[in-house]
Design a protein. Structure first.
Length: 380
């Protein structure tokens, strides 16, 4: 399995690697380190990890070297250096993939598919797991056009295609004229321990956990918090570039608390202390529009009522499972109105009870059967 970030921060890859190791496959995960002092080799219960260097880390290590340079020449020098490091790193990854000599190369997202294609030409099987509409998440420009051409040319070389929800599966099929089945494996977490019985509370906690990044509607959420009922508290748990901006927007709002992110293994257990899980993503691109974030299934597994953007998969999920309501993420007043509605005692108890029913259906213990079906398709 190949991933372009550290597996420590990717619950999907960890679940898939563990599930395949549990049924007897020898699984090796190639990933990048997230810290300079991380072990290159790691043995986990059901799989092994090998970390490879990536150019941005090497550039970060040498930031001070160009302190005396300025102007365009320095920028061009850095671009050339980055390009060289990138190619050398890719070559190192290719050689490592060849050395491992796996029977199947499981490529997570588009930025690792090139390795799989090279191994495909060497007679190996290739799985392409598209965690999102990768192209749509890129800013317009040469890089986006290049990746778009790359995906169009090589996606059909994959023996098995996997993605995270039916909407993205349909879009990939339509866009690239893929006739064969695209397997959907939802991002369901492992079943959490039995939750305590829901009880009325004077204070209602609304939780957002995850990255504090652009296009997630967090600015509007911070603004909406000013119109929450007096008994509602908003917890924003996570890290990201927008944290300072969000704190400024929420300045003076006594009902907003910021918390540091927690380890992946503690995400559901800490979420269970809240009452409502919120997802305010904006439809700024097609990737966001068709998203199915991990946090949706984590909130449900924690037994929370859901208040979310009116995006296709999120809206369908909420309606089918009757676990909450949707809002227009572009309008802070609508966010506040829907949060206030769900926070009312009768509504909150009802939606939390429905979430407890849904959490029995959306568990990794059940969803991993879809992954096993995709693996079996390699021999079809």
């Amino acid at each position: 399995m190949i991933i372009s970030k550290d597996i420590t921060h990717d619950s999907r890859v960890n679940r898939h690697a563990t599930a395949l190791g549990m049924i007897g496959h020898e699984v090796i995960v190639l990933c990048r380190p997230s810290a300079a002092n991380q072990d290159r080799y790691e043995i986990r219960q059901h799989y092994r990890v090998i970390r490879y260097h990536y150019p941005d880390q090497q550039i970060s290590a040498r930031k001070g070297l160009d302190a005396g340079h300025a102007g365009r020449l320095s920028k061009l020098s850095d671009m050339a250096r980055f390009g060289t490091l990138f190619l050398l790193t890719k070559l190192r990854l290719y050689l490592l993939a060849v050395k491992i000599g796996a029977h199947v190369y499981y490529c997570n997202d588009l930025d690792t598919l090139d390795v799989g294609i090279i191994m495909k030409f060497a007679g190996r099987k290739v799985i392409y797991d598209s965690h999102e509409l990768y192209i749509e998440a890129l800013a317009p420009g040469e890089r986006r056009r290049l990746y778009g051409l790359f995906e169009r040319l090589f996606i059909k070389f994959a023996d098995v295609l996997i993605t995270v929800n039916p909407f993205i599966a349909r879009e990939l099929g339509r866009r690239y004229k893929i006739g064969k089945r695209i397997h959907v494996v939802l991002n369901c977490p492992e079943a959490y321990l039995k939750l305590p019985n829901p009880r009325p509370s004077k204070e209602v906690t609304v939780l957002y956990h995850g990255g504090l990044d652009a296009d997630r509607g967090l600015e509007n959420l911070a603004l909406a918090s000013e119109k929450f009922h007096d008994n509602i508290r908003l917890v924003i748990r996570g890290e990201g570039l927008l944290k300072k901006v969000l704190k400024q927007l929420a300045s003076g709002h006594r009902n907003v608390r910021f918390e540091r992110s927690v380890p992946v293994s503690e995400v559901v257990s800490t979420a269970a202390d809240a009452d409502i899980g919120i997802i305010p993503y904006l439809p700024t691109n097609l990737n966001n529009y068709y998203c199915s974030p991990n946090k949706l299934f984590e909130y449900v597994q924690a037994g929370l009522a859901i208040v979310t953007s009116n995006l296709p998969f999120l809206q369908q999920f909420v309606a089918q499972n009757d676990v909450g309501v949707v809002f227009d993420p572009r309008i802070p007043a609508d966010i506040a109105r829907k949060v206030n509605f769900v926070s009312q005692e009768r509504n909150l108890l009802r939606f939390k009870q429905q979430a407890r029913k849904a959490r029995e259906r959306y568990t990794w213990e059940k969803e991993k059967c879809q992954l096993y079906a995709a693996i079996e398709a390699l021999d079809a």
